[in-house]
Design a protein around this ligand. Structure first.
Ligand code: GGG
Length: 354
């Protein structure tokens, strides 16, 4: 039996509700398959931790995480700590520190969950967004001067490198080859004549190694419109850090709810633990009520099982999620009235019969 060491960071708000839900499903999948156990380390790193210790995680936080096979994270951010402090204190240092340069985000309408798109169905919405996760607009390069004066100035520099674009593009081409063979590259090279032109050149260069993949270059604004008007034409979507962050919230809305959307921050070379987190944030407006949708966290956990090589269990969890999406119960964000716990228990039951 395999034993996987998982670092658990529930974080803030609904993260503290959906992560235990995800763990209950993953542990049940381990029991049903008899293939693995999960040994967990609970890490209370969060805005609450920041209020007590003045930082989001301890100084040796990355060393602590490095000793695990994967990281499972809930949500980051809560009133009382500025959002840029919480994001740059926890999530982004892990992504950058461990060079988790791919952020993979499936965008699928599950049967039974109503998409706001008239044409939104499991047949028409099935994309995989590959987000460049280590540089671009989130490189953290810039500065402020004359703060608080009339001459206050802020500079935030995008960093695009051939190395950074090439490796994430190659990952995206590989996924496109395994899927339906289409790759849409998001750019803005008409306006951004340095960074986005380099992006286009590198994507074209990598594409020469994948003659079986059909690459289409879209200006990101046109691509956003295409998500709504022609979602069935999109297979793998490759985009920079910021563009993909925005496009995948649009994708989540098309999926029917932010609560359903999943993501994996991957080190494809497996030098460091990869990190799995729902796309949604901490949702302070519903935190503590037990009504958050656990499906995005559970789907992210399913991606973690795939990454850990537990393919049978990952398949079971995906089928159980699909069953409960189709048959209910559902949380209120997708038209039901069930609690987080009721949905989680239903997914665990669906695992038993799968
Ligand atoms: N589930 C993780 C979370 O709290 N995400 C909120 C967020 O703002 N993330 C920004 C990003 O993905 O770059």
């Amino acid at each position: 039996m395999n034993r996987h060491r998982i670092a658990l960071i529930p974080g803030d708000g609904v993260g503290k509700e959906v992560l235990p839900a995800g763990m209950a499903v993953l542990r049940r999948a381990g029991e049903v398959t008899g293939a693995f156990t999960l040994e967990t380390t609970d890490l209370p790193w969060s805005c609450e931790y920041h209020l007590r210790h003045g930082r989001m995680m301890p100084a040796d936080g990355l060393d602590i995480l490095a000793d695990h096979d994967a990281i499972y994270l809930g949500a980051v951010g809560f009133p009382g700590v500025p959002d840029h402090v919480s994001l740059w204190g926890l999530l982004l240092p892990i992504r950058q520190g461990f060079d988790l340069y791919v952020n993979a985000r499936p965008i699928r309408v599950l049967d039974g969950i109503e998409s706001p798109l008239r044409a939104g169905s499991p047949q028409t919405v099935d994309m995989l967004c590959i987000r460049e996760n280590s540089e671009g607009e989130y490189a953290g390069v810039g500065g402020r001067s004359h703060v608080g004066t009339p001459h206050d100035v802020a500079l935030q520099t995008s960093v695009y490198t051939r190395h950074g674009v090439e490796r994430v593009a190659r990952y995206a081409f590989e996924r496109a080859r395994e899927r339906r063979g289409g790759l849409a590259s998001a750019t803005k090279s008409n306006a951004l004549q340095y960074t986005a032109v380099l992006w286009d050149e590198v994507v074209a260069d990598v594409g020469r190694d994948y003659p079986d993949v059909e690459v289409t270059r879209y200006l990101v604004d046109a691509l956003a419109a295409r998500f709504v008007s022609h979602p069935a034409s999109l297979d793998v979507v490759l985009a920079s850090n910021l563009y993909a962050d925005i496009l995948t919230d649009l994708g989540a809305a098309i999926q029917g709810s932010m609560g359903v959307a999943a993501s994996a921050n991957l080190d494809p070379e497996r030098r460091r633990p990869s990190m799995f987190e729902p796309v949604h944030g901490s949702a302070p407006d519903i935190a503590g009520q037990g009504v958050a949708n656990p499906m995005g966290a559970i789907w992210s956990g399913q991606m973690m099982l795939e990454h850990l090589g537990e393919h049978e269990a990952a398949g079971l969890v995906m089928r159980a999620l699909e069953t409960v999406a189709r048959e209910g119960p559902r949380t209120r964000d997708i038209g039901g009235s069930a609690s987080t716990q009721e949905v989680t228990e239903a997914i665990c039951r669906a695992l038993d019969v799968a």
